[in-house]
Design a protein around this ligand. Structure first.
Ligand SMILES: Nc1ncnc2c1ncn2[C@@H]1O[C@H](COP(=O)(O)OP(=O)(O)OP(=O)(O)O)[C@@H](O)[C@H]1O
Ligand SMILES: [Mg+2]
Length: 265
């Protein structure tokens, strides 16, 4: 088993925003685990997919959640027809076979789950499987990446200091306007002029922060809007459906957003 089904068959489209490709490559080769910080829909997942393709490594993605246990990551004994058998979890598979392991939304996991990555992310680079009494040494190409949205962190839901300090971090933001418009045009299949209007709306919505909006419209939101437009939906309707309505239920904030949209169209 070589995790071949976790390899990218084609190059995932990715437009670099700054020097993040070189930073990722250096961290990968030096075994410095990486934390990608940034708001929702700004390209973190796409970037990791692109880097897995570039470095020709399989990519194992794990969406972290509150009920995730250490066993969900490392594996467990299962009762099967032939008796009790050990099944590696996704993290263990990545460690053994030299994959890039991407723990998405790491703060959602409980801290007692998160600590299983500690011995992997310091000089030891090992994963203890306590139940099996086995110490798995990481494959030289194993690489751990986590994502973290600093926007909506509460004190209860934050990473332990001892977890944070095992990672180097790259800050992600939305691409500058011309580049973001090019990304939206490409991904949604719409004209750049239309994408530019959407980006103007997004920038204005991002500046509404504090007026009832947690985060403004993301690049992902703009791509979704653009796809509706490409399907023949009028731009104003697409904006209402894919930007205004999902972002807020508050009447005043909706009003403010709608004015932003009409001003930009
Ligand atoms: N630099 C970029 N190059 C190419 N596509 C991009 C880029 N940035 C964003 N995108 C597009 O935006 C979409 C959303 O990005 P992605 O899913 O990577 O966001 P994310 O940062 O992982 O968000 P979340 O925190 O919600 O998981 C992607 O599917 C891709 O189409
Ligand atoms: Mg993501």
């Amino acid at each position: 088993m070589s995790l071949d089904h976790f390899r990218m068959a084609e190059e995932p489209f990715y437009t670099p925003v700054a020097g993040e490709i070189a930073l990722f490559e250096a961290a990968f080769h030096e075994h410095v685990p990486l934390m990608l910080k940034g708001p929702t829909g700004c390209g973190k997942t796409r970037f990791v997919e692109h880097m897995a393709w570039r470095l020709r490594r399989p990519l194992v993605t794990i969406a972290c959640h509150e009920d995730m246990t250490a066993a969900d990551l490392v594996g467990r004994y299962l009762l099967e027809a032939e008796g009790t058998v050990w099944r590696d979890g996704p993290l263990t598979e990545a460690v053994r076979h030299g994959a890039i392991c991407y723990l998405d939304e790491i703060v959602e996991a409980r801290q007692d789950t998160t600590v299983v990555i500690h011995p992997l992310t310091d000089e030891r680079r090992v994963l203890p499987l306590d139940k099996r009494n086995e110490l798995v040494a990481a494959h030289p190409d194993f690489f751990l990446v986590i994502s973290y949205n600093p926007g909506y962190q509460s004190a209860v839901k934050d990473l332990k200091e001892s977890t944070k300090q095992r990672f180097a971090a790259i800050d992600f933001g939305y691409a500058e306007p011309a580049r973001e418009a090019a990304i939206v045009a490409q991904e949604a299949g719409i004209a750049v002029e239309v994408a530019e209007k959407l980006v103007r709306i997004a920038i204005a919505s991002r500046n509404l922060g504090g007026h009832g909006l947690e985060e403004g419209a993301s690049t992902r939101t703009l791509i979704r809007t653009g796809k509706l437009v490409a399907r023949g939906i009028a731009l104003a309707d697409a904006c209402d459906m894919a930007i205004v309505a999902p972002l807020t239920d508050d009447r005043d904030t909706r009003g403010a957003l709608r004015s932003v949209v009409s001003a930009c169209l």
